[in-house]
Design a protein around this ligand. Structure first.
Ligand code: DGY
Length: 325
């Protein structure tokens, strides 16, 4: 039996798969595990199942020890893992793509509707008991029909978001280092443009790219900075359901305050769970606490996939969804 450590609560179905074959320790508390406790808990583990709140770096790998074979992240994004450091030590890293595609696209689409139709703002009026009255010009938003969505990152989630947008009558443009899957591009009538054209043309800019640190190839850290925001139309909206640091939050606050863009919908933040104070005071931004993949079905599927990945590596087999640097 191998020693498996799960660094945070995950759905029971994933834990059960692991427990059927191995000795499993779970950090079973509502709060995230502290770094110190995590490093103690993983000592001697053959497999660690991590969440995006755990930083897997040299310190983590040292604490686990040389016997560690696999780090199975329960997330599609794996910017919390230093994959190159894992590779150097022969540790396999895995993520959970595909199973959360539709759910995350639902979240992005929900943010777009909430921001463009001012649903969050409307709800706050009622909850704060502010007097209101139906009016011809009261709280008008922007309709989506015949508008253009600009998808930044045309992977599975970007395509799923584009499908939803297309069903609502939007035109689709996208930017990505690679062409969108040909069948999806044809179905969506999606046109590939460069980032500058996308920013200048889109009525909604929706982010679906991975977070790649500054200085690395294809870096996306602060991809949306003051200059990018200034290129957007004053009537346009920004949606971020990818990773917080892709957007320079301080620059976004300024752009929203000055009316350089019309609004934003954010599910992720630069320094989670802290949210920039400036955002909290603004009405033209919708804020969600990183709910991208948060459905019972999807989180169960993510836990099961992560468990299958860890089990495969422990059996000496190839995992379903490895990641490489
Ligand atoms: C992911 O899988 O990367 C999500 O952000 C977690 O919900």
């Amino acid at each position: 039996m191998a020693k498996v450590v799960i660094t945070n609560r995950i759905p029971a179905e994933g834990v059960a798969l692991l427990e059927a074959e191995h000795d499993v320790t779970v950090w079973d508390e509502a709060e995230c595990i502290s770094r110190e406790t995590c490093l103690e808990l993983i000592a001697g583990a053959d497999a660690v199942v991590t969440l995006l709140t755990e930083k897997v770096d040299d310190e983590f790998l040292d604490a686990a020890g040389d016997q560690l074979k696999v780090v199975a992240n329960v997330a599609v994004g794996y910017n919390n893992i230093d994959v190159a450091a894992c590779e150097k030590r022969g540790v396999v890293a895995t993520n959970t793509p595909k199973v959360l595609t539709e759910t995350t696209a639902d979240t992005a689409f929900g943010l777009m509707l909430m921001a463009t139709r001012r649903f969050g703002e409307g709800e706050r009026v009622i909850r704060s008991r502010t007097p209101w009255q139906w009016g011809m010009f009261y709280m008008l938003g922007m309709g989506l029909q015949d508008k253009t969505i600009g998808i930044v990152g045309a992977g599975q989630i970007g395509i799923a978001m584009a499908r939803r947008a297309k069903a609502f009558g939007m035109d689709v443009i996208y930017t990505d280092a690679r062409e969108m899957e040909a069948s999806a591009a044809a179905e969506l009538g999606a046109k590939r443009v460069d980032m500058d054209e996308l920013l200048a043309t889109a009525d909604v800019v929706s982010l679906h790219c991975p977070l790649i640190p500054a200085g690395q190839d294809g870096a996306t850290h602060h991809l949306i900075d003051a200059a990018a925001l200034a290129r957007m139309k004053p009537t346009a909206y920004l949606v971020n359901s990818a990773r917080g640091p892709i957007v320079d939050e301080a620059a976004l606050v300024e752009a929203l305050k000055k009316g350089e863009i019309a609004g934003a919908g954010l599910d992720v933040f630069e320094d989670e769970p802290t949210v920039h104070e400036g955002l909290l005071d603004l009405d033209n931004v919708v804020l969600l606490p990183h709910l991208g993949s948060a459905t019972v079905e999807t989180r169960t599927a993510m836990a099961e996939l992560a468990a299958r990945n860890a089990l495969a590596v422990l059996r000496g087999e190839a995992p379903e969804t490895p990641v490489t640097s």
